[in-house]
Design a binder for this molecule. Structure first.
Ligand code: AMP
Ligand code: MG
Length: 294
């Protein structure tokens, strides 16, 4: 699978206006027909090796930052993507932040506050396991979550979701203009596959801890969530901060897509190790002479 083989190109959404989730199949593998085992080998030997090399340059160059946003329903595979795709990167150059139900302190601030504090520095890859997009997903599906946000009542009207989309899009534009590459992944799981994974969690002792009773309650709102996701992608997909609709029913495929997308995005930055100029070169040569003379 060479880089030129952009099997995942169709999954990249840059213009949301006519986006329809129904045209994406969670079970799709975009024509990649390999076994799970082969996928595992390719991920490790091909994509992760390149990711490791690219990340070293990103870190050495210290100019760009990469923000990876992972969204998806419970059991969509966000944790697995982080565990497998990031296994190839140096922990020093990578940070993962998971966003849960907001704390009292977080609710005392504007909705972008907690995520802004967790943005990656230059040279680093930052991963958001859920993000400010929850503000137009779970908060939209559950009006009680919005009520907890302590917003002045006159600011809360029917326009609030459109306003949040606008603010998010403006924020991402700002980030990209300042050297943060924003890559957004929606792990698109089917309702049947979620059921299967939940049952597996309940039936496997080592997986039971992952199951929360609330998860089956959220599942009842499936259609509301799908509408919210679709509207979110329609309003926040852009050329500078695209959404990737990742078919997530096959874990191996979702991981391959995220790894390949990340590698492709890093390659497009044409990262190079900083070059040593002549004066610095002379200084380094002098240091070398001194060490040899010891
Ligand atoms: P998990 O990812 O399984 O640990 O669950 C985290 C939970 O926090 C999910 O149910 C999210 O919907 C919820 N959550 C994340 N961000 C927000 C938010 N801004 N408002 C309300 N709930 C949130
Ligand atoms: Mg959960």
């Amino acid at each position: 699978m060479a880089t030129t083989e952009r099997f995942f190109e169709r999954l990249r959404i840059e213009r949301g206006a006519s986006f329809s989730l129904a045209t994406f199949d969670p079970g799709d593998t975009c024509g990649v027909e390999i076994s799970k085992k082969e996928a595992h080998t390719r991920l490790a030997e091909e994509w992760l090796t390149r990711l490791t090399q690219l990340q070293e340059r990103l870190w050495a160059q210290d100019r760009w930052a990469i923000l990876v946003i992972l969204q998806g329903m419970d059991a969509a595979g966000k944790d697995g993507v982080i565990k497998h795709v990031m296994s190839g990167v140096n922990p020093q150059g990578c940070q993962v932040t998971s966003f849960k139900v907001p704390s009292a302190e977080e609710l005392d601030h504007d909705f972008l506050w907690r995520t802004t504090r967790a943005l990656p520095e230059r040279g680093r890859i930052g991963i958001f396991n859920r993000s400010y997009y929850e503000e137009v997903l779970v908060v939209r599906v559950h009006p009680t979550a919005l009520a907890r946000q302590k917003l002045p009542p006159r600011l809360v009207g029917p326009d609030i979701w459109r306003q949040r989309f606008e603010d998010i899009a403006a924020f991402e534009r700002y980030l990209t203009r300042n050297g943060t590459v924003v890559l957004k992944f929606f792990l698109h799981l089917s309702r049947q596959e979620q059921r299967r994974r939940f049952l597996e969690r309940l039936e496997t002792p080592e997986k039971r801890w992952k199951f929360a009773l609330g998860d089956v309650v959220e599942r009842r709102h499936w259609n509301d969530y799908m509408s919210a996701y679709e509207d979110m992608i329609r309003h926040t997909a852009s050329a500078h901060a695209p959404w990737f609709v990742v078919p997530a029913d096959h874990k191996w495929f979702a991981r391959l897509v995220v790894a390949a997308t990340l590698v492709t995005a890093l390659e497009s930055l044409e990262l190079e190790f900083p070059v040593v100029d002549e004066a610095q070169g002379a200084e380094l040569e002098e240091a070398r002479r001194q060490l040899l003379a010891e």
